[in-house]
Design a protein around this ligand. Sequence first.
Ligand code: ADP
Length: 386
Amino acid sequence: MTSEIYSQPSPPFNVLIVEDSPEDRELYRRILNRNGGTFKLHEAVNIDEGLDVAQRQHLDCIVLDYQLPDGDGIDFIHKYQDTKLANGAAIVMVTGRGSERTAVEAMKLGALDYITKSSILEGFFTQSILNAIERQHLKEEIVRYQHELERSYQALSEFSHTASHDLKAPLRHIISYCNLIKEDFSSKLDAQGLEYIKRLSVNAARLQKLVDDLLAYSEAANSREEKASVDCNALVAEIVEVLEEPIRETKATINAPGLPVINAFPLRMKQLFQNLISNALKYRDASRPPVINIAVKDKGTEYQFSVADNGCGIEPEYANVIFQAFKRLHSRDEIEGSGLGLSICRKIVEMHGGTIWVESEPGKGSTFYFTIPKPEARRMPLYGTA
Ligand code: ADP
């Protein structure tokens, strides 16, 4: 592997022609052999024979007739993908006039191009095959980079998980000793000593929150839990119990009527709602008690949730920045926080295949929206339909 973005494929390319008509095979052979040394040709007259060649021979491209004696081109693609060789070869479907719909279906399944028999005669055949091979290589390259990226991300995530885990024990000791000093030695310390201990406690608590948030952040996208039915009404009720103290202190009202049951990672969903609700409490407007409205819209293929508050609001230019890790619009002296809450929310929403965004007006409040696709909304990736 080179470090280039794209490694150019080089000839000769192994091309399998799956075509039952001897005249057509002869025609393809004549056209492709004109480009001396560019193609090494293999031939099959039906689906079974074609699959047999594909099992034995590395192929760069399969030129597939739309109508074959033992099925059609779509059957071939299905069976070929089942052989786990599907990533190997570019597929170019040869269609007759009026079968464009089938060609489009073939492309949705992974074929990279289609060409009509008449355009073969017009001289587009060789270029179609070369283009498809090039696109197939690019596709594989992208998949390889995706895997590499996922591996690096996984390694980074494991590192931060281990690091934050290992920080927890010594930190707990620091906090315990701070408490012991406060309890047993307060009378022996002067005002300055007491102040130092107080600052030590505050900073240790801050560090503990940061370590907890880092752990949550590294775990957010690597959930080992299974997806299950999540009753969002019950979920919000649980969170209201957990946040009972700040809700009482701020005299907050939370409205969340008629939320749906969704298919999701239960603990992650709880964390998502909890982060958004506790932010709505934290970033309240000092002049009024918080009112938080949680609602949902059924958008057909997905649910669109909204968590609206009447808090301090966010300037429009920061609407995207706040979802990045460690980005805060408030200083620690104003309001405590690690700057990880919303980036955790984004990871959770993205691991469900949804998106998250905010609409806000400074001084009036903010509404955080996120979508969670419904299970039946999952679609196959449409390669090659550019
Ligand atoms: P933290 O709350 O720990 O700072 P977050 O990632 O949850 O981290 O939020 C990032 C920043 O976005 C916050 O520091 C705050 O400035 C802003 N913010 C988040 N939620 C709200 C909200 N509901 N209203 C106004 N500002 C918000």
